[in-house]
Ligand binder design. Structure first.
Ligand code: FMN
Length: 326
C-alpha cells in the first residue's frame, strides 16, 4: 500500500481522536524469560462475538513490542475507577510495573490482575501492520466481569461514566412565558436535591432540639476543636449563618460545648455530649448516603460527588481548608 502523508496537523488529529471516549485497559503478557510485561492501552475494542475476538494496537516504540509479538497469550484488564494509579504505573516506562501486585492464576502464564471491572484472557489470533502501531487480534478463551464502575478516558484525561436516563427524568420543558424558572435551573436542582436528600437529617436535628446553625458549629468543632469565635465564623461563613457569643453560650447551657480561656481569648471545645451528638448526625448522614448510593448506583454516586466538588471549587469564596492539618 502506498504511504500517503496527509497534510493535517498531527496534534489536531490526536485531539479529534481523543474525543472518542474509551475505557482504560492494562494488557499483560509474559516474556520468554518468565518476566511479566504490561502496558496501559485504550485502543482495546471488540471485534466479533462468534468466534469471540477482540483487538488492540501497540506502538512500535513500546519496549514491550517484541514480547507481545512473540508471545501467544495476553490478558486484557478493563480498569475500574479505583485503578487510575495502576493505569498511570503501566503507562510509565521504567517503572517496576508489577511490584507488590497480587495476581490471580489464569489459564495461561500471562499475569492476571485483580479487582478489575472485566478481564479477557486471550490467545493471539492475528497480528497486522497498522502504521506506527501493530494491531493484535485475540481469541477470547475466558473472561469475567464485576459490577465495579469502569474508568473512562476522554480527550487525554481520565473520566467517569454516568448513565444518561432515557425516560426517568422529564426533559426541561419550555417555561411559561411569564416565568423563567425551569426544572433545569441549577439552583432549583441543587436546592431540591439538598432538601429531599437531607430530610432525615433535619428530622434528627428536630429531635435533638437543635437548629441548622448548631449543626454547622458542632460539625466544625468535631473536625477541628478548640477554635475561637472568628475561626468558627470563617468556617461556617459559606452557610450565611453568623455565630454570636450568645449562640455559643446557648450550646454551653445545652452542655454541648465548653468555653475555655479569658474574656478576650475565648476558645470553644466540644464536650463529650457535644461529640456524641455530632457523631449521631454524621452516622445518620452516612446512612442517608448509603441509601442514595444504592439507588443511584456506585458509578453515578461517584460521578455526582466529583461534579459537586468541582462546583464547590468554582464557587469557593476563598475559605480555609477545614481538613488541613494544623
Ligand atoms: C490512557 C492511556 C492509553 C494508552 N493506550 C495505548 C495504546 O492503546 N497503545 C499503546 O501502544 N500505548 C498506549 N498508551 C501508552 C503506553 O501505556 C505507554 O507508552 C507505556 O509506557 C508503554 O510501555 P512499554 O514501553 O514499557 O511497553 C496509553 C497510555 C495511556 C495513559
Amino acid at each position: 500500500m502506498a504511504t500517503q502523508h496527509l497534510s493535517f496537523d498531527p496534534q489536531a488529529f490526536r485531539a479529534a481522536l481523543g474525543t472518542f471516549t474509551t475505557g482504560v485497559t492494562i494488557i499483560t503478557t509474559q516474556g520468554e524469560d518468565g518476566a511479566p510485561v504490561g502496558i496501559t492501552a485504550n485502543s482495546f475494542n471488540s471485534v466479533s462475538l462468534n468466534p469471540p475476538l477482540v483487538l488492540w494496537s501497540l506502538s512500535k516504540q513500546a519496549r514491550s513490542l517484541p514480547v507481545f509479538s512473540s508471545g501467544k497469550h495476553w490478558n486484557v484488564h478493563v480498569l475500574s475507577t479505583e485503578q487510575e494509579r495502576l493505569s498511570g504505573r503501566f503507562a510509565t516506562q521504567g517503572e517496576d510495573k508489577f511490584a507488590e501486585i497480587e495476581l490471580d492464576r489464569g489459564i495461561s502464564e500471562a499475569p492476571l490482575l485483580q479487582d478489575c471491572t472485566a478481564r479477557f484472557q486471550c490467545r493471539t489470533a492475528f497480528q497486522y501492520e497498522g502504521g506506527d502501531h501493530v494491531i493484535f487480534v485475540g481469541e477470547v478463551l475466558a473472561f469475567d466481569h464485576s459490577d465495579r464502575a469502569p474508568l473512562a478516558f476522554q480527550s487525554g484525561q481520565y473520566a467517569l461514566t454516568t448513565r444518561k436516563p432515557r425516560n426517568e427524568l422529564r426533559l426541561a420543558t419550555t417555561p411559561p412565558p411569564e416565568c423563567s424558572y425551569t426544572e433545569d435551573l441549577l439552583g432549583y436542582l441543587l436546592g431540591r436535591g439538598h432538601y429531599q436528600a437531607l430530610n432525615l437529617l433535619r428530622q434528627l436535628l428536630c429531635n435533638q432540639q437543635l437548629d441548622e446553625q448548631a449543626f454547622f458549629i458542632l460539625a466544625v468543632l468535631c473536625i477541628r476543636d478548640n477554635l475561637d469565635l472568628a475561626e468558627i465564623n470563617t468556617f461556617v461563613s459559606y452557610t450565611g449563618h453568623v455565630v454570636t457569643l450568645a449562640g455559643m453560650r446557648f450550646l454551653e447551657r445545652q452542655q454541648l460545648v465548653a468555653i475555655e480561656g479569658e474574656d478576650d481569648d475565648l476558645r470553644f471545645v466540644l464536650t463529650a455530649k457535644g461529640r456524641e451528638t455530632s457523631l449521631q448526625q454524621v452516622a445518620l448522614a452516612k446512612v442517608v448516603e448509603q441509601e442514595l448510593t444504592a439507588k443511584l448506583g456506585q458509578a453515578d454516586a461517584q460521578a455526582l460527588k466529583v461534579l459537586l466538588k468541582r462546583l464547590i471549587v468554582v464557587s469557593d469564596p476563598g475559605l480555609p481548608d477545614l481538613w488541613a492539618p494544623r
